[in-house]
Ligand binder design. Structure first.
Ligand code: NAD
Ligand code: UDP
Length: 345
């Protein structure tokens, strides 16, 4: 496998930090550009510790904003960048409803700035963090990439807009190699428990909420809806171990770097759905802790079931998930237990 100089935007975040670890272990050299709006430099310090001094020498960190061309120029100048993995962005659905302009600014205008800098620095290979959220209420499950794009919140609209922008850019001139990866529900942590998900404030997502109940930071979990048309009445999602997701990025990069012009749009999920009640049971089993919970009304904007059809990624990347729900819970618990207050612990 060839090794490359990569720019990783948002590399200090949850998915970015795990992907940096996998990319360093594969021999790549990284420049991380992050403004630490939703992360801390501590995650990358721990990545460096985990990979060891030799590999850590291939990691540079530039503090800066993807919306700032000077910051982008500094990041590109830090290494002769051959490809970009673009994680930087805002991701909270509720916040995007309250502050849509901020979401359009960071996610869409930020991506536009990044693309302009890529053109200026003659780099045309990009992996973009898209999301299954752009399928909205899916008409069919499992969801194929050809399913209609019908986001139901501003966050989803920004992801759809960036995908559209990437299609336009790829069609504008030869040389572009782009993969838009539509993540399903990333959870878990590196098995060491040294890096993991560290949401600020009260978690919106199920998995970090459960881990915080288990460690005693929150009292009870609310299960949003017990009357969904699913086997046990709670919502069903396709949870993907963050290490599987990180390996999906490595696979996508390899395909892009070894191939010609292309624009790939791929689901990254396991293809298996688990209900909220199943996740609670698995987490209780993995942690030995009770997760007190109450079934309450449905949350506005939720779908009953979203599960990926991951067969296109398997075919084109030779990648599929290998870690199941028990490992997601075991590793997520190891992280939360060792770091009850996240990176501030
Ligand atoms: P995260 O918030 O942990 O990581 C995002 C990183 O981007 C953070 O380190 C943050 O500081 C940085 N950042 C934010 N704005 C920036 C800016 N203007 N300039 C530079 N850096 C900036 O989120 P994550 O869960 O790791 O998600 C990474 C990407 O994957 C995001 O684009 C997100 O929308 C997408 N995604 C996440 C999920 C999920 O459930 N976590 C699902 C689908 C898609
Ligand atoms: N959920 C829940 N309680 C919570 C958070 C989430 O019951 O405190 C449910 C939610 O209704 C959905 C599933 O857990 O069925 C996953 O929700 P999450 O917000 O993690 O992901 P998304 O809805 O974006 O797929």
């Amino acid at each position: 496998m060839s090794v490359a100089h990569l720019l990783i935007t948002g590399g200090a975040g949850f998915i970015g930090s795990h992907t940096c670890l996998v990319l360093l272990e594969a021999g790549h050299s990284l420049v991380v550009l992050d403004n630490f709006a939703n992360s801390s430099p501590e995650s990358l310090r721990r990545v460096a510790e985990l990979v060891g001094a030799n590999a850590a020498a291939r990691l540079q960190v530039v503090e800066g904003d993807i919306r700032c061309s000077t910051d982008l120029d500094r990041a590109f100048a830090a290494g002769s960048i051959e490809a970009v993995v673009h994680f930087a962005g805002l991701k909270a659905v509720g916040e995007s409803v309250a502050e849509p302009l901020r979401y359009w600014d960071v996610n869409v205008a930020g991506s536009r700035c990044l693309l302009a800098a890529m053109v200026a620095h003659h780099c045309r290979t990009l992996v973009f963090s898209s999301s299954a959220t752009l399928y909205g209420y899916p008409e069919q499950v499992p969801i194929q990439e050809t399913a209609p794009i019908q986001p139901i919140n501003p966050y989803g609209h920004t992801k759809a807009a960036v995908e559209r922008m990437l299609q336009d850019v790829a069609a504008s001139e030869a040389g572009w190699r782009i993969a838009s990866l539509r993540y399903f529900n990333p959870v878990g942590a590196h098995p060491s428990g040294h890096i993991g998900e560290d949401p600020s404030g009260i978690p919106n997502n199920l998995f970090p909420f459960i881990t915080q109940v288990a460690v005693g930071r929150r009292e009870r979990l609310q299960v949003f809806g017990g009357d969904w048309p699913t086997p046990d009445g709670s919502g069903v999602r396709d949870y993907i171990h963050v290490m599987d997701l990180a390996e999906g990025h490595l696979a996508a990069l390899q395909v892009l770097l070894n191939g010609g012009d292309q624009l790939l749009t791929l689901n990254l999920g396991s293809g298996r759905g688990h209900s909220v009640l199943e996740v609670i049971a698995a987490f209780q089993e993995a942690s030995g802790r009770a997760i007190p919970h109450d079934v309450v009304a449905r949350r506005a904007g939720d779908a009953a079931e979203t599960v990926a059809d991951p067969s296109l990624a398997a075919e084109l990347l030779g990648w599929r998930t290998t870690r199941g729900l028990a490992e997601m819970c075991r590793d997520g618990w190891a992280w939360q237990q060792a770091n009850p207050n996240g990176y501030a612990s």
